[in-house]
Design a protein around this ligand. Structure first.
Ligand SMILES: *Cc1c(COP(=O)(O)O)cnc(C)c1O
Length: 384
């Protein structure tokens, strides 16, 4: 059996080696390292893939979130609501901009922001909602957009984990994750579903005026050379990363299909396990897993319900099987984000999830033998 990896970027590289190497050599020959033609082409190609009017590339996913909030003109003291169960980048940029983060609980099945908790958290100071499409599946965007319209709030989608996923509305129409809110932010960190060979990120919007504002902010607030109209940042996607992303974008749907096929094999293996809960496909998406485009399985995350999660960590370590605990500590309990406003009883789900979740190896190169070995190793410990 091949050595099992959490993410196998080397194996994926084999399939695009020639194209990537040629593109990188060309950049080395022309020295167009920053703002080369690859950056422009990639942005146009991603716009067409996503069906969104504007893709503004930037340096990483965290910057993408920050620049989105700057572009919307959010001001210190404005409240921004997001999920307690996510990667810290989401809440970090809210705090950095001196906005007030308001963390709320998530659903136990989809791991995404709880609508009731979200609505309860809205105050006259609330200006924006940041739904995080955790592990590769959209939050309930139909209801979130209705709520946002009712209360006149901006919606900034944190799409770092769900690029390529479809969101299906109640009327059956669908839109790509990250293109539904006023603005979307994504990351091209190497291990993400569309990963560069270094850092990268992008902001999406259908709003022409906002796109113009964002294009200036990423470039020191310049709309005309050496005229600085607003305070900006320096956040660029470099040409080499854009070349890698151009090679991978045409394969993104196939990569997502392979992840879903792996998820389906895991699901089947765990079918009769009493204490292992496989990832749920949310009810707004009523399609068969094999054909389903709603979940792109950035992570394949199980819940272990009999208290054996920590023991399983030990067992998998002994077996040489990599895994991830995303996330081990709720954000409201992190030192940097402690706040007297938070009450433990408001985070019942997240507080439980952090003790139950475990993410198994998930990437485009896993083979059947590896999947079977991983599943068998999980079951033999948890169900013993
Ligand atoms: C990865 C990630 C980010 C940050 O992306 P970077 O490119 O690493 O800055 C933000 N939010 C979520 C949910 C992520 O998974």
């Amino acid at each position: 059996m091949k050595k099992i990896q959490m993410v196998d970027l080397g194996g994926q590289y084999e399939g695009i080696k020639e194209q990537v190497n040629d593109a990188i050599s060309e950049i080395l020959e022309t020295s167009a390292f920053i703002n080369g033609p690859q950056v422009h082409s990639f942005s146009r190609e991603l716009e067409s893939y996503l069906g969104v009017k504007h893709v503004i590339p930037c340096a990483n996913g965290t910057d993408a979130l920050q620049i989105a909030m700057m572009g919307l003109g959010l001001k210190p003291g404005d409240e921004v609501i997001t999920a307690d169960f996510t990667f810290a980048a989401t809440v970090e940029v809210i705090a950095l901009l001196q906005l007030t983060p308001v963390l709320v609980d998530v659903y136990p099945d989809s791991f995404n922001i709880d609508l009731e908790a979200l609505e309860k958290a809205i105050t006259p100071k609330t200006k924006a909602i940041v739904p995080v499409h955790l592990f590769g599946q959209c939050a309930n965007m139909g209801a979130i957009m209705r709520l946002a319209n009712k209360h006149n709030l901006f919606v900034i989608e944190d799409n770092a984990q769900a690029i390529g996923a479809d969101y299906i509305f109640e009327d059956g129409s669908s839109q790509k994750a990250g293109t539904i809110g006023h603005v979307g932010a994504t990351s091209f960190f190497p291990s993400k579903n569309l990963g560069a060979y270094g850092d990268g990120g992008a902001i999406f919007t259908n709003d022409d005026k906002l796109a113009h504002t964002l294009r200036g902010i990423v470039n020191h607030g310049m709309y005309e050379r050496y005229h600085h109209d607003v305070v900006g940042v320096n956040s660029r996607l470099d040409s080499i990363q854009a070349a890698v992303l151009r090679a991978k974008l045409p394969l993104l749907n196939e990569y997502c299909d392979r992840r879903r096929a792996t998820a389906a094999k895991y699901n089947l293996a765990f079918e009769n396990s009493e204490h292992i809960i496989v990832p749920a496909i949310t009810s707004s998406c009523n399609c068969d897993l094999q054909l389903c485009k709603c979940h792109v399985f950035h992570q394949y995350t199980l819940k272990i319900t009999n208290g054996k999660r920590d023991g399983l960590v030990q067992h998998l370590t002994e077996k040489g099987i990599p895994f991830g605990i995303y996330y081990p500590i709720p954000l409201h309990q992190q030192k940097a984000y402690l706040d007297d406003r938070y009450k433990e009883e408001d985070f019942k789900v997240t507080n439980k999830l952090v003790k139950e979740v475990i993410s198994l190896p998930m990437h485009t190169e896993l083979d059947d033998e590896q999947i079977a070995f991983i599943a068998k190793s999980v079951i033999e410990y948890v169900e013993a």
